[in-house]
Write a protein of this length. Structure first.
Length: 130
């Protein structure tokens, strides 16, 4: 699976489960380390990290159901911004995906996405830890 990153929009990857099947995440991290394309050194801790990420993605989503259209309208007022479609999509995915990877160049709105997600979850009286 390949992701392309442009400077104008954040890239959101929510189908983490597809890279976790059959220890794919473990193999991917090990290969990166062995090729020297990562500052990580392959070892017990890296293997445990990959396994922990896989475990976190299993099972049902812990969040209550959120009316995402209502939440998006509310958060736009709170952040005093009109969210871009990619940002709205990322925030919506965060309410249904157990793990979400948001990436992109400077100024594409990653911080706004995280801020909006945290505001929505906090308004639902959920404890948010980063």
């Amino acid at each position: 699976m390949t992701l392309r990153c442009t400077a104008s929009i954040p890239v959101v990857f929510d189908d983490v489960s597809s890279i976790l099947r059959d220890d794919t995440m473990v193999d991917m991290m090990k290969n990166l380390c062995e090729r020297g394309t990562s500052t990580l050194r392959w070892g017990t801790n890296t293997s445990k990290l990959a396994a922990r990420i896989r475990d976190l993605c299993l099972g049902s989503h812990p969040l209550p159901t959120i009316d995402i259209e209502k939440a998006l309208a509310w958060v736009e007022v709170k952040v005093e911004l009109q969210l871009a479609p990619a940002q709205r999509n990322a925030i919506a995915l965060a309410t249904t995906s157990k793990m979400l990877i948001i990436t992109g160049g400077p100024g594409v709105g990653k911080t706004t996405i995280v801020d909006s997600i945290l505001r929505i979850l906090s308004a639902k009286k959920l404890v948010c830890l980063l």
